[in-house]
Design a protein around this ligand. Structure first.
Ligand SMILES: [Zn+2]
Length: 183
């Protein structure tokens, strides 16, 4: 299960999550952090739900050719999933959620999540401001087809697999107990 607890984040990100919440609160905006850590298996399920087999197979081949067989195996092992409307482009390992370096939050208005920017501009703007203030990267600034407004992360670059070689990725995931390595 994905976690919504900020204690599943790496210490630096946990600290920043607290400060972002405080910053918003001081400006009268309540935010709910609803996702922090998303395990690789869960990301794999979401990924398979989001795409057709041709796309998934291509990703598996690409991952294997780049030394990320341990991630390709996770996509295979979760098995077929009923396809729904795309919720993620990120395969397992391609999102900082699997590393404890990202969280998703939504501003609340009278206790209700305001998912659409236009429904609560001040809330979203305040959230974006709080992230900037804490040197966090906002998904609302991603150059993508759909903007990921709730998403915040520690490092620049939307895809960890493009930042580090496979040995490094494997080491980080193993060290954090996030990969059930068999070798
Ligand atoms: Zn996110």
């Amino acid at each position: 299960m994905a976690s919504r607890s900020i204690t599943s984040l790496v210490p630096e990100m946990e600290e920043k999550a607290k400060r972002v919440k405080e910053y918003c609160k001081d400006k009268g905006v309540v935010i709910l952090i609803y996702c922090t850590m998303r395990p690789l298996e869960e990301q794999a399920v979401l990924f398979r739900k989001s795409h057709d087999w041709k796309f998934i197979e291509n990703k598996i081949i690409k991952l294997e050719s780049r030394g990320f067989k341990f991630l390709a195996d996770i996509i295979k092992n979760v098995g077929p999933q009923k396809q729904i409307k795309p919720v993620t482009n990120a395969a397992p390992g391609e999102s900082f959620h699997a590393y404890g370096e990202a969280f998703d939050a939504v501003p609340l208005l009278s206790g209700k999540p305001m998912w659409k920017y236009n429904d609560y501009k001040i809330g979203w703007d305040t959230y974006a401001e709080a992230l900037k203030e804490n040197d966090l990267i906002w998904g609302g600034n991603f150059q993508k087809k759909f903007k990921d407004l709730p998403h915040a992360q520690l490092r620049v670059g939307s895809n960890p697999l493009k930042l580090y070689p496979s040995e490094v990725i494997k080491a980080i995931l193993t060290e954090n107990g996030l990969l059930n390595g068999d070798d």
